[in-house]
Design a protein around this ligand. Structure first.
Ligand code: HEM
Length: 483
């Protein structure tokens, strides 16, 4: 199996011109956008081009295109070998490419370009990222208690809804719960106990929508969506009051973190806008997709996986004196494998971008390709993490895929965090600083779930950028075997 390789020097593979076609300026970009959203869908959009050109490195247009983005032309890297070029910040520039070929107005972030849009060569990148590392490290012991407190309440509500109505919308409950959980875990203050009350999730969703709607379809008439979502940015004014209320929460709840930010050399207000973004966009936006994604895969999995997870989780917790501790969670290998597998099948952030800093050679599995300085590289992550040349039965969810010696070798191909799962985020790379936190939270959902339930059923559909999970039955664990 080939190592992730993208090199600016020699290659042993045959060198090919990058195939593909951008078509007629403007008109083809719009036609491609319609294919991407409506006529083909994203997977087919990329697969038809891979098939047509017999290449997993190919030139194509990405949405949203005109007028939202000035240039939709990219070189797409669509296999596990070429994809890692996007992690190498010595070769690709990550400035203003977080959302892709368009960038939302900075008036949505207090006039600042926040960390996600900064290249590591920009001085504030390291300062903000260090601030986030400091917060996560200082609140390490708060994560499990905050998760338990908030998600126990979620499960109680879910049970009563299933009993009363025969179903429970997990996404809706998760939206409210994750928001409170994150505030409590990071800053020790539940947003719902402040002036925000229960409005935080709605205000956040509105603000997120303004930034992400160019990448979404809502099922409205196409012409309406094209005009409203995909062609011109919606005015930031729409979310101004909501953002102000969210900012107020952060400026008071995150007092200690903001003191720390000033010591690191950041302006207090710039740090606060960054904390809001990291908590609401990166973390909350991530949890909205991640947790329904994990539960959805569990719902679709064989019931025998539920039995094995329940056994692993309950016996490990029992051996830890009946407590869910970090130590206990670390010992749960099947639980970790299930979370990796969910992240592999459906990476919550599917698109990554980077601009070539210099002339480069990129390697797929079977060919090498020359890229010119300044060209935009784009990765559609599911094609890297479902690469059949790396993963057997790549399109199938296999809960125990990452167990054992062979399974461990595959962990580096899980790259949801914008880097291999076997590596760590630093202030000088662009790997997600929430990497370990996210995998912990994913595992905690599975742990708490199978401490309470033997099995369950759910309807799993799709919604905006992820899965919609409606739980339809819950089999509670018999009282004697609960923790
Ligand atoms: C960066 C995914 C949760 C903070 C990223 C990137 C990805 C990602 C793919 C790289 C984007 C790019 O540059 O192309 C996710 C997912 C999450 C999640 C899927 C949850 C399911 C979090 C959390 C935090 C966080 C909990 C809180 C600290 C950030 C920040 C960056 C980032 C600040 C920019 C890093 C940098 O500039 O070096 N994340 N993330 N994310 N993430 Fe996360």
């Amino acid at each position: 199996m080939a190592e992730g390789a993208a090199t600016s020097t020699a290659t042993t593979l045959p060198v090919r011109d990058i195939p593909g076609d951008y078509g007629i300026p403007f008109a083809s970009a719009i036609r491609d956008r319609l294919d991407f959203y409506y006529f083909q869908g994203q997977d087919k959009y990329f697969q038809t081009r891979v098939d047509k050109y017999h290449s997993t490195v190919v030139r194509l247009n990405v949405p949203p295109g005109p007028f939202m983005a000035t240039d939709p032309r990219v070189i797409a890297v669509l296999d596990a070998n070429s994809f890692p070029i996007l992690f190498d910040v010595s070769k690709v520039e990550k400035k203003d490419v977080f959302t892709g070929t368009y960038m939302p107005s900075t008036s949505l972030t207090g006039g600042y370009r926040v960390c996600s849009y900064l290249d590591p060569s920009e001085p504030n990148h390291a300062k903000v990222k260090q601030l986030l590392f400091n917060i996560l490290a200082s609140r390490k012991d708060a994560v499990i208690p905050a998760f338990r407190a908030n998600f126990t309440a979620l499960f109680e509500t879910m049970e009563s809804q299933v009993t009363a109505a025969g179903k429970s919308d997990f996404n809706k409950l998760n939206d409210n719960t994750s928001f409170d959980f994150l505030g409590e875990a990071y800053f020790g203050v539940r947003p719902s106990s402040t002036a925000l009350g229960s409005t935080g999730p709605t205000k956040s969703t509105k603000w997120l929508f303004l930034q992400l709607c160019p990448l979404m379809t809502l099922g409205l008439p196409k012409i309406l969506e094209e005009l409203l979502l995909h062609t011109f940015p919606l005015p930031p004014l729409i979310a101004k009051c909501d953002y102000k209320a969210l900012y107020k929460y952060f400026s008071s709840a995150a007092g200690n973190a903001l003191d720390n930010a000033e010591k690191l050399g950041l302006k207090r207000d710039e740090a606060c806008h960054n904390l809001l973004f990291a908590t609401v966009f990166n973390s909350y936006g991530g949890m909205k997709v991640l947790l329904p994604g994990i539960l959805g895969w569990l719902a679709k999995a064989d019931k025998s996986l539920h039995v094995r997870l329940a056994k692993e989780i309950r016996s490990t917790v029992l051996a830890e004196g009946g407590k869910v501790t970090l130590n206990a969670v670390e010992k749960m290998d099947l639980t970790r494998s299930v979370v990796y597998e969910a992240l592999r099948m459906d990476p919550p952030v599917k698109y990554q971008y980077g601009k070539a800093k210099q002339d480069l050679v990129i390697e797929s599995h079977d060919a090498a390709f020359k890229v010119k300085k300044g060209e935009m590289l784009f990765g559609y992550q599911p094609f890297a993490t479902r690469d059949p040349k790396v993963f057997d039965d790549a399109d199938r969810f296999i809960g125990d895929r990452f167990l054992g010696d062979e399974g461990k070798k595959l962990i580096k191909y899980v790259v949801w965090s914008n880097g291999p799962e076997s590596e760590s985020p630093t202030v000088s790379n662009k790997q997600c600083p929430g990497k370990d936190f996210v995998v912990l939270v994913g595992r905690l959902l599975v742990v708490e779930f199978f401490l309470r339930y033997d099995t369950f059923t759910a309807d799993v559909g799709t919604v905006l950028l992820g899965s919609q999970v409606t739980v339809t039955s819950l089999t509670k664990v018999a009282a004697s075997s609960s923790d």
